[in-house]
Design a protein around this ligand. Structure first.
Ligand code: ADP
Length: 589
């Protein structure tokens, strides 16, 4: 591009020079030609007068014709001029180039006629004698005021024309040389100006392709140097702006990624333009997978789509409560971004699942406590009423009723104590001993405690404990409680003929205990909540348990830094397990 600019400048110079010379030639050539012809005519006229001066005495003497011809030939040989001497009657007396005897009468030649009339005459015409173009000048010879003859000199016009074409050729040569020099000069000057401009253009292209650190260095001289300064300055500001913008973007993305709420940015067409890490987890897609997809593809929920439309089109902030699969609850907030370019709206998914769960657990807890307390209280009340109604008189009946009331009070005390114990473990108030505990002996004791009950129910109780289990650090009494609770449930929920199996081993630096039964099992929808306080599956309602046993298990295990687990198949049986980490010092045992 710059190259063509260089050539265009050179071409303009050449054109200018050619035009100037052409104008000069158009103006000068006719003038030169006119002057040239005038000069020749004046020259010829003075020659004519000289010849006239030579001829006049001869005429006066009345010299012979041959004398005139001789003189003409002699003078003609000395000059490049044709000389003709004509008698007053037009007969040619002498001629430097031809034999007068063969020549026409010259009286009617225009220059001769003019000379007779005016003393001198000129004419440019073809010679009838020689057949070429001549410029003629004739003068009159007068003797005693009478016409005594005419002297005519002539020069071929071709000579004039060739002189003129010589001049024209010289002008042309000058034009060609000057134009060539001008073109060369302008190309040379052009390249010294264009080279820095070319560097400037190269730097601009480099910046456009993303290399913001590009500068024009070293600085070119002159005006291009000033242009380069301005350019470098501009590049500097551009780089600062872009750096600031990208830093701002990085900070914003870091902030969005640190949010636990999933955040999606959506453009004006409703396509996802950004997804934070929480969104990647929520939608189980990588950011690259989400970006560019329609928002409806990620979240095909009519209410949310409607809210997003309202935000994008009306600039309103909208909030919707949405339930996704797996009982996940979200508060979805759509916020318009005015002037956000590719980010037309932001959609935030605030996970309410846990909040909802906690609320539900609290509601259930209150309902369950009330329910669990109401049953024994109602029994006690009815015992008191019966006693008041007369049973007090009958001593055996009274004793019977009192022992029933006593049992209900025991149940109340058990519930209240378990609740108290739970809340103490939870709040960390309950002191737990931190002693080495051999899990094998804890398990053996617990199994022995429940063996009679299992046998009474017609169940087989088997044990498989790995030898060399390393000791764990904790509270032996409470760990025994955990095992008893699990075994108790297994026995309670397994019909006669079934079996209960206790397994203990070491896995991933933890002592793992599993209690497996072939009992009634637990419905899948109950499994996630089975360790909650008071949670009982429907078919266990009548079993008379408090629903606190597994909650106690969970809390004690967690207080030991361990985890609990359950797997169950309704009708097939259940496996409850817990794992308690082994302190690192006893690993290699
Ligand atoms: P409960 O005192 O009622 O036994 P838990 O907290 O020990 O209270 O158990 C809660 C519920 O878990 C029980 O009501 C029962 O529905 C279920 N459950 C616990 N263990 C078993 C098991 N081994 N087999 C089947 N269901 C069980």
């Amino acid at each position: 591009m710059l190259g063509s600019l260089r050539f265009r400048t050179a071409a303009a110079y050449v054109l200018l020079i050619v035009a100037a010379f052409a104008a000069l030639a158009l103006y000068l050539l006719p003038k030169v030609e006119g002057d040239f012809r005038e000069n020749i005519e004046a020259d010829l006229a003075s020659q004519a007068r000289m010849v006239e001066n030579l001829v006049q005495p001869l005429v006066e003497e009345g010299a012979a014709t041959a004398t005139f011809d001789e003189l003409a030939k002699q003078l003609g040989a000395q000059t490049d001029t044709r000389i003709t001497i004509v008698a007053p009657d037009g007969i040619v007396l002498g001629d430097s180039e031809a034999d007068p005897a063969t020549m026409d009468n010259h009286l009617n030649r225009p220059e001769v006629q003019e000379a007779i009339r005016l003393g001198q005459g000129e004419s440019d015409r073809r010679s009838a004698t020689l057949g070429t173009e001549f410029t003629y000048v004739a003068t009159r010879i007068t003797v005693d005021d009478a016409l005594a003859g005419i002297v005519r000199v002539a020069r071929p016009t071709a000579a004039v024309n060739s002189s003129l074409s010589d001049i024209t050729r010289s002008i042309l040569i000058a034009v060609v040389i000057t134009a060539a020099v001008a073109a060369g000069l302008s190309l040379a000057v052009g390249s010294t100006v264009m080279r820095p401009l070319g560097r400037l253009a190269g730097a601009a292209r480099s910046i456009a392709s993303g290399n913001l650190a590009e500068r024009v260095r070293p600085r070119p001289s002159g005006e291009v140097g000033e242009l380069a300064d301005a350019f470098n300055h501009m590049a500097e500001s551009l780089q600062e702006l872009v750096t600031a913008a990208s830093q701002g973007r990085e900070r914003m993305i870091a902030a969005l990624n640190s949010s636990v709420d999933a955040v999606l940015a959506v453009n004006a067409e409703g396509r996802v333009t950004f997804a934070n890490q929480a969104a990647e987890r929520l939608f189980e897609r990588s950011g690259g997978d989400l970006v560019g997809k329609p928002f409806a593809w990620a979240m095909p929920n009519e209410e949310v789509l409607e809210a997003l439309r309202a935000s994008r089109e009306d600039g309103r902030r909208e909030t919707r409560l949405v339930e996704r699969a797996n009982r996940q609850y979200f508060r979805v907030i759509t916020t318009p971004i005015i002037g956000g370019g590719e980010w037309a709206a932001l959609v935030v998914f605030h996970d309410l699942t846990d909040v909802r769960r906690v609320e539900q657990v609290r509601r259930d807890f209150v309902a369950n406590v009330s329910h669990e307390l109401r049953t024994p209280l109602a029994s006690i009340k009815s015992v008191i009423e019966t006693l008041e109604g007369g049973a007090l008189e009958d001593e055996t009946a009274a004793r019977d009723f009192l022992s029933r009331a006593d049992a209900e009070v025991d149940r109340l005390v058990q519930i209240v104590e378990e609740l108290l114990e739970l809340s103490r473990i939870e709040s960390g108030e309950l002191p737990m001993s931190q002693e080495p505990v051999e899990m094998a002996s804890v398990l053996a004791d617990a199994v022995e405690r429940l063996r009679r009950q299992a046998e009474k129910q017609g169940l087989s109780l088997t044990v498989d404990i790995a030898a060399d289990l390393p000791p764990i650090i904790g509270d032996a009494e409470r760990l025994a409680r955990v095992v008893v609770n699990l075994l108790h449930n297994a026995v309670k929920f397994t019909p006669a003929g079934g079996s209960v199996h206790v397994w203990a081993g070491l896995a991933e630096s933890a002592v793992v205990v599993k209690v497996t039964d072939t009992g009634v099992g637990i419905a899948p929808e109950d499994l996630p909540r089975i360790f909650e306080r008071f949670y009982k599956s429907d078919r266990a309602r009548a079993s008379g348990g408090t629903g606190l046993g597994l909650a106690v298990v969970k809390h004690i295990v967690e207080a030991h830094g361990g985890t609990v687990g359950v797997e169950s198949e309704p009708g097939q049986g259940s496996t409850f397990s817990f794992a308690i980490p082994v302190p690192s010092s006893s690993h290699g045992r």
